[in-house]
Unconditional design. Structure first.
Ligand code: GLN
Length: 605
């Protein structure tokens, strides 16, 4: 069918056509390539990791890629989701609260993403309903097809326009067959037709069972999953078979036979020791080549760019592999049973460990029942602690007990957001003599509310998207440890309602606490540290430093913590003094007089 002619008719939008094609102004059909990843058989196959690794392979070839995750749920964003059920809430620089997969994309692609890279059914429906209320549908009844699906395609094209990407990577949340994502799948079918031949590459991620009682790989579930996709009118071009062990040729051929996909485009994607190895696994198997061929992008490959990108990545992997020391870091928190709730912290520790040539083991410290006496016992074999972000009151006393123990015994500590606030409370109580110091989040009646609501938060009533959110600049105080880490200005991401009450700053500073970073415009304390004379490494931040840590650009607050942990374990004289990533790249810059950009400190000029 001639889609060009069809669209000429639609473009006139005469009102009595069945078609509905909202295109962002300036968008040219067929000008962008799309890769769409679907999950079949079951969830939890690591679709985000797979998609981001595949996107990385293309990015490494010199292409501009822009990922988008389409979430099935009706929430407008992930801000109100419980990390127990859904994993951490990831915050983008523009303040969008998203699913943790966006963190996976940012880390893999070393990109700062925006609200354009994340859509939920809630956002799509909201737009459709708002348009209906303003008479945007010209008297028509508003339907799933073509209006909701039209809005979905519109979102992808807006991203394509804004990012000027060569390839937009679309990850469909959920599994084929869910009610929640049926509208997305239908929209993708339409997208392929509208954008024209070789503009859209459909990739199905499926699962190969290997029951131990049989001892062989079985492909039936995968076949049925793909058939389900075919029933939706989507013919996959590439099939990725998740499995524990490499998928046999026989199984891949069987899948090819039942799915109209050439056997050379049915690939194995078996377990590997680390997610960082996946890009190389994909390249080795030829996934990237298959996508490039399908989309006719081969002429765009820049071989030197690819060689350099791969070398850089392989160096990182080698450094990871050759780590020859080990430290144990305790994370105190109420979601200790759900590792996903702290996904970015775990990653940030890994990045810092790799930078310093050591492996970081994590111990989960449940603070719900912890007292001062028990804290010392619990932390005795740990080389550093992190007190992470949290909401509410549960476990607060236990966290304060851990921080007290760390402060008084020289145990390295990093307080993040809520953890930073707990460090201020502990210091106020035990050093500055404000016995009844607290956060008004915990005790509204306390005598010294050292942690109090941000002034602008006092007027807010709704829950979603109302915190102080997103990337903010931080002015760093001269002569502090933070200045060595960041220079005179840092940028980190925030998600909070409470802050250090400025009334108590003089008393806290008198006690010895150093507020090493503040907001440029308001009196918001962003970084704290204790001077080297008081503690080897006792640092806190109101921000979430874990969100901007990247494999090749670790966040210095974690680097500092892991370095201090190494010194605690192996002794100061056995661990070389620390050169922060920024100090290292400054030295490189001096040599080569080349600039470098980093998500940690944006305004280094
Ligand atoms: N509950 C605290 C606040 O709202 C801390 C938030 C956090 O740790 N993300 O300020």
């Amino acid at each position: 069918m001639d889609s060009e002619r069809l669209f000429d008719a639609v473009r006139t939008q005469s009102g009595d056509t069945e078609f509905y094609l909202p295109l962002p102004s300036g968008y040219q059909l067929g000008s962008t390539k799309f890769v769409v990843v679907f999950g079949t058989v079951m969830s939890g196959l690591g679709k985000g990791i797979f998609s981001s690794s595949l996107a990385k392979c293309l990015q490494d070839k010199g292409l501009t890629v822009a990922p988008i995750k389409l979430e099935g749920y009706l929430n407008i964003d992930s801000g109100t989701l419980n990390p127990f059920r859904h994993g951490e809430v990831f915050v983008l620089d523009d303040g969008t609260e998203t699913d943790m997969d966006l963190g996976t994309y940012e880390r893999a692609l070393n990109l700062n993403l925006t609200r354009l890279n994340f859509a939920t059914s809630g956002q799509i429906y909201r737009r459709v309903l708002e348009r209906e209320r303003t008479g945007g549908y010209l008297g028509r009844d508003v339907q799933m097809i073509p209006h909701v699906t039209g809005e979905i395609k519109n979102r992808l094209r807006e991203l394509a326009l804004a990012s000027k990407a060569d390839v937009v990577f679309v990850e469909i949340g959920g599994t084929v067959g869910d009610v929640e994502n049926a509208h997305y799948i239908e929209a993708m079918r339409q997208l392929a037709f509208e954008e024209g031949q070789r503009s859209v590459c459909f990739v199905a991620l499926t699962f190969i069972l290997e029951p131990s009682i049989l001892g062989e790989q079985k492909s039936k579930a995968a076949q049925l999953g793909i058939r389900r996709l075919l029933e939706c009118g989507v013919q996959p071009h590439i099939i990725a078979c998740r499995a524990q062990t490499p998928v046999t040729r026989k199984v891949r051929e069987k899948i090819a036979l039942f799915s109209n996909v050439a056997p050379e485009r049915v690939f194995s994607m078996h377990d590997c020791e680390s997610v960082y190895l996946i890009p190389e696994l994909l390249r080795g198997a030829g996934y990237d080549k298959a996508v490039m061929e399908w989309l006719e992008l081969e002429s765009k490959v820049e071989e030197t760019v690819e060689r350099e990108a791969r070398e850089e990545w392989l160096n990182y992997l080698n450094q990871r592999r050759s780590a020859n020391r080990e430290v144990r870091v305790g994370i105190t928190g109420k979601y200790t049973s759900v590792r996903d709730a702290y996904a970015s912290i775990l990653k940030a520790l890994e990045h810092a460990g790799t930078y310093l040539g050591c492996k970081v083991d994590v111990d989960w410290v449940d603070t719900s029942e912890l007292t001062d006496a028990k804290a010392a016992e619990t932390l005795k074999d740990i080389h550093a602690i992190i007190v992470p972000g949290a909401f509410g009151t549960r476990g607060a006393d236990g966290k304060i007990a851990c921080l007290k123990c760390a402060r008084t015994t020289g145990l390295p500590a990093l307080g993040i957001c809520y953890g930073f606030q707990m460090a201020v409370i502990e210091f106020a109580r035990n050093v500055c003599g404000m016995e009844d110091a607290n956060s008004t989040e915990i005790d509204n009646e306390c005598r010294y509310p050292v942690i109090n609501l941000l002034p602008e938060q006092k007027k807010i009533e709704g829950l979603g998207g109302t915190m102080r959110l997103g990337g903010q600049d931080i002015v760093v105080k001269e002569g502090t440890l933070a200045q060595r880490m960041f220079g005179s200005r840092a940028r980190m991401r925030f998600r909070h309602r409470y802050e250090v009450d400025p009334r108590y700053i003089p008393q806290l500073e008198f006690g010895g606490m150093v507020f090493a970073g503040r907001s440029p415009r308001a009196e918001i304390m962003n970084l704290l540290e204790l001077p080297a004379t008081m503690h080897p490494y006792y640092v806190g931040t109101q921000a979430h430093p874990e969100l901007t840590s990247r494999p090749l650009d670790p966040n210095p607050l974690f680097v500092g913590l892991v370095h201090a942990a190494l010194r605690r374990k192996y002794g100061t004289d056995q661990v070389a003094s620390l050169v922060f990533p920024r100090e290292r790249s400054d030295a490189d810059d001096d040599e080569s007089s080349a600039g470098s950009s980093s998500p940690q400190s944006v305004s280094r000029a």
